[in-house]
Design a protein around this ligand. Structure first.
Ligand SMILES: [Zn+2]
Length: 413
């Protein structure tokens, strides 16, 4: 049996021509020419980008000529492939009349297959990497692995598996929470996600559900194994405790006090405010069947969320772009960038929340978030001036490359 599989391996190798010590064929080389290019730090004009295989080999400004076999993207501005730091890619709704997004039930394997649609819609927004913060049945592990294998088209995924939460009536138990974190990592989670408070969908309840000691136990257990922790908190007390406990990122949150903001700036904690997700819930209220009385609290939460983001930006807190996309929100992943600008950022600073800052949080700062030699060939072509008008990123993505492969190509409307 063993001999047979060895022979079979040799046969496969020889058919591709690299048996017997021959070197594998060189990676495919493509030259892309853009009118403008923002490389993650600065804007350049007339830029040729040489892509070799799945990586960027060369970036040269002042080159307007498209070489034979090159791709002419001179009418566009290139930006690095974007990173959405907060998605739930496996929350899939088939939009059948008479159904709601919440409450559809299906087998995990079926969900993984159908959720390809969420992955495609995400790529269309120029997002080539996501951090997926919560899924059931290991469906996110499956998507991550299939995409990494090239068997499914989608953004590369860093995933958390099932989030850690405390049910009603839970007695605080730091040791049990540390064990939960270890179990998640053993099962395959890249990140550990913690629900530190209530609040989701039409509920903006801010009640903290996980104690400081439990958060600290989770963070210490995860860090001991080289994994990072994202803590969800709708209210300020959970954010304060999560920051002090050493969380790497904080998800959601309002009414953050000055002391907490200063502590986040000092520690380099990334805040992912996910302002736009409540805008989505207001807009999609009929799809979800939310009661009219749920809307004013959602709008109030948006206003407070934005106000805290303004203060956080002023205080020097690192902000990250996270959509918290679920169900029909895929395709709107980058609308959060407009809230970043409303919070006081320039378009370039807003783009950093989805490129350099996000890449650093993912421990990928030498691979993702920039268009530079040695980086993954993740490039987005925008029809417009994204460094002047951030809305162009949201509405005018025309072409997307991920790992050197063109995954989205759209005609001018
Ligand atoms: Zn979420």
């Amino acid at each position: 049996m063993r001999l047979l599989s060895l022979l079979a391996g040799a046969f496969v190798c020889s058919t591709f021509g690299f048996a017997g010590g021959q070197a594998p064929p060189p990676p495919v080389r493509t030259v892309l020419v853009f009118g403008h290019l923002w490389d993650g730090t600065k804007l350049l004009d007339d830029v040729a980008v040489t892509v070799e295989g799945d990586k960027i080999a060369l970036v040269e400004a002042g080159r307007r000529q498209v070489p034979p076999g090159g791709i002419d993207l001179r009418r566009y501005t290139a930006i690095p492939g974007l990173i959405d730091l907060h998605t739930h890619m496996t929350y899939y709704w088939d939009r059948k009349p008479g159904t709601r997004p919440l409450g559809q039930r299906r087998r995990p394997g079926v969900t993984v297959f159908l959720a390809q649609d969420n992955a495609r819609r995400t790529l269309e927004t120029g997002v080539t990497t996501v951090r997926d913060l919560g899924a059931s049945g290991e469906t996110d592990f499956a998507m991550r692995d299939l995409i990494a294998m090239g068997a499914m088209t989608g953004p590369r995924m860093f995933v958390a598996g099932q989030g850690i939460s405390a049910g009603r009536g839970w007695t605080p138990d730091p040791a049990a929470m540390a064990k939960n974190a270890e179990d998640r990592i053993k099962a395959g989670s890249d990140w550990v996600k913690v629900y530190g408070s209530r609040g989701s969908f039409d509920s903006v309840e801010t009640t903290q559900t996980i104690t400081f000691d439990e958060m600290k136990a989770i963070v210490d257990a995860a860090h001991a194994q080289g994994h990072k922790v994202a803590i969800h908190s709708y209210g300020p007390s959970g954010v304060k405790d999560a920051v002090r406990a050493g969380a790497d990122s904080i998800e959601h949150g309002i009414d953050l006090d000055d002391e907490t903001l200063a502590e986040m700036a000092r520690r380099g904690t990334v805040w992912v405010p996910t302002i736009d997700h409540n805008r989505y819930y207001v807009d999609a209220k009929d799809e979800f069947g939310f009661k009219p009385e749920a809307i004013p609290p959602l709008q109030d939460y948006i206003a407070k969320n934005l106000e805290s983001a303004r203060r956080a930006f002023k205080a020097g807190v690192k902000l990250g772009m996270g959509s918290d996309a679920v169900y029909s929100m895929f395709g709107q992943n980058t609308r959060e960038l407009e809230w970043m600008v409303k919070a006081g950022m320039t378009p370039a600073q807003a783009l950093a929340t989805a490129t350099t800052t996000a890449a650093e949080l993912l421990d990928q700062k030498d691979r993702l978030g920039r268009i530079a030699p040695g980086f993954a060939a993740d490039i987005v072509a925008i029809d417009g001036k994204p460094l002047e008008n951030i809305a162009d990123v949201v509405t005018d993505v025309r072409w997307v490359m991920k790992d050197g492969v063109v995954v989205i190509e759209r005609k001018r409307p």
